[in-house]
Design a protein around this ligand. Structure first.
Ligand code: NDP
Length: 250
């Protein structure tokens, strides 16, 4: 998938929009005509995004928010309902890597942080905007996962478990909405030149990886009005749609 869809008049909420893949998805969706609601904690990153979107003639609303504040996620749904009365696109992209450590030595606070941001906040955002996506004529949800959701990789227990959990959550949500106009899918962005990747694989040469803009360009078409897939995973590195794979053995 490569062609950028026309998102004129669409309202898109992108989490993790202050840097990396989410920043570029927000930028490209705004360039395609969407009004972007950009969510993250770092105000500087959000303001930089806003400047770029406005310079290109687009529109954004900035929402500085810590996704660990689950009640703030509920309130955000309420604000969107009051101001716009619907939501067309959800990109649940925000995530943290947490500590890469043996399962038996994981610190409780590290495990809990990964589960709260990657799983509970994603569910809470889904719950908050589900009624608004239903009010769109073509609601689209893109939930950002990872290949490690289906790959047994020592020391990645916290992050991989969180991604496996949101995979199932998203697929169940998609199944519940299989008959309506909504399309709800997962994406594996593949290795991408971001802060998270540098933290995960510090020895790697960043230039060897696709840029966030390149990865985002493959993800944005998942918001297209004519998309037929739902409950699937789009794998960016191979450019293919798949059903959830079983975990690969050791
Ligand atoms: P980055 O670390 O570059 O960006 C993560 C984004 O999430 C930031 O905008 C950050 O904003 C936001 N975020 C993190 N914690 C919170 C929080 N508590 N509240 C609000 N926002 C938060 O990561 P990437 O761009 O690399 O990753 C984006 C997604 O892609 C993630 O879900 C990741 O798991 C997935 N992914 C990435 C891969 C890669 O190679 N880069 C590979 C496979 C999957 P802020 O800190 O300002 O709050």
């Amino acid at each position: 998938m490569t062609s950028t869809p026309d998102l004129t008049g669409k309202l898109a909420l992108v989490t993790g929009a202050s840097r990396g893949i989410g920043y570029e998805i927000a930028l490209q969706m705004a360039a395609a005509g969407a009004h972007v609601i950009a969510v993250a904690r770092t105000v500087g990153g959000l303001e930089e995004l806003d400047d770029k979107i406005k310079a290109a003639g687009g529109e954004a609303t900035l929402v500085p928010l810590d996704l660990k504040d689950l009640e703030a996620i509920d309130r955000l749904g309420g604000v969107i309902a009051e101001r716009w009365g619907k939501l067309d696109i959800l990109v649940a992209n925000a995530g943290i890597l947490g500590a890469l450590t043996p399962v038996g030595q994981m610190k409780a606070k590290d495990f809990e942080a990964v589960m709260t941001v990657n799983v509970t906040a994603t569910w809470r955002m889904i719950r908050s905007v589900d009624p608004l996506l239903r009010l769109s004529e073509a609601g689209r949800a893109i939930v950002v996962s990872s290949s490690v959701a289906h790959k047994v990789k020592p020391y990645w227990g916290g992050y991989a478990t969180s991604k496996a959990a949101i995979d199932m959550l998203t697929r169940v949500w998609a199944a519940e909405n299989a008959k309506g106009p909504m399309r709800i899918n997962l994406v594996n962005p593949g290795p991408t030149r971001t802060a998270m990747r540098a933290q995960a694989v510090p020895g790697e040469k960043p230039e060897s990886l696709p840029t966030p803009a390149q990865t985002a360009a493959k993800i944005v078409p998942m918001a297209a009005k004519d998309l037929t897939h739902t409950g699937k995973i789009f794998d960016v590195p191979t450019d293919t749609w798949t059903d959830a794979a079983l975990p690969t053995p050791l």
